[in-house]
Design a binder for this molecule. Sequence first.
Ligand code: ADP
Ligand code: MG
Length: 383
Amino acid sequence: MTAAGAERRAAAGFRAVYGGAPDGIWAAPGRVNLIGEHTDYNEGLVLPLALEQRTLVAAAARRDGLLRLYSARLGGEVISLRVAELAPGAVKGWAAYPAGVCWALREAGVTAAAGGADVFVESEVPLGAGLSSSAALEVATALALGGSPLSGPELALLAQRAENEFVGVPCGVMDQMAAACCTAGHALLLDTRDLGMRQVPLELAGLRLLVVDTGVRHALADGAYAERRAGCAKAARALGVRALRDITPAQLPAALGALTPGLRPLVRHVVTENQRVAETAALLEAGEVREAGPLLTAGHHSLRDDFAVSCPELDLVVATAGAAGALGARMTGGGFGGSAVVLVAEARAAAVGRAVDEAFRNAGYGAPRVFTVGAGSGAGRVG
Ligand code: ADP
Ligand code: MG
């Protein structure tokens, strides 16, 4: 799938659906989070990279206040909404993501989208795989409809607001920041407290970064996410800090002693995970990417045992990849299915892929999708 191919398909698809040329085409990438899971809503650190797979939005402004939406991935009818009537809860299904962005732009006083638009969505990012197709869609739409040049963090905050308030998903800001602010060849070290960013070079010579989409989509993920999030907020209140990010590793033993048993594993995960992110970023900056492998695996064990958001399929990927010689592996994204990320020496990559395939077959699971990823670019205009 060539980059130019996706742009061509977006332009041709727009013409076929709306009968004219788009004003432009904008794109935003999916992301894989290298490490730093469930830390973003604790004002902690995350280290995502942009995928080369992107979501493209071809759009043309209208003057009659209609927002028309079509997704090549989902097909079906063109969805037609009135911009003036957009309100949280008013739009169901996938259309809530782009409509929410249109609403958030209006709320932010950006009037460019007030007249409406025709929007055609073309995506290379797997949906619901923990690779953040939702933020890619939001950020690409924000660029397409935003008109005036918004900064990366402005785009991300607007997109997050759309997902939180309009779609009703209480996500943190990592996915949108990754889509908006990542740069090619780098992971993004993001401090979610103040949106402080550092581009960390990701030197993968002799290495491969694999993503394994387990194909598993557990419905319980939403409720569990809200529950973990509430647990973290409760623990922060009990400890008298603004967010769990404020607990240092040195303070962890005392903090654990002060908490009820049910909250302890949540806090242990968040505090140790922040530390792992900082250590991983330092290794990447020192060019010692291989050494980060054990940190990834330790992160997985913490998510599995302390935060309890893994699932048997993700655990099987991590265990199998490790046994087949990977340097490290972990679930990525919120958990309960979705994808795992595997760091492996180039020479072992094929063997790891085969081992994971075979283990899934033996376990009676559906075939996983294994693909190599590189650090792609952040969002921008592409046509
Ligand atoms: P993830 O962000 O990990 O892919 P989410 O559940 O957060 O998973 O977001 C997936 C949802 O986002 C889809 O179910 C759909 O509603 C919407 N979405 C994402 N990409 C597209 C697309 N290309 N076309 C239509 N809807 C999309
Ligand atoms: Mg998402």
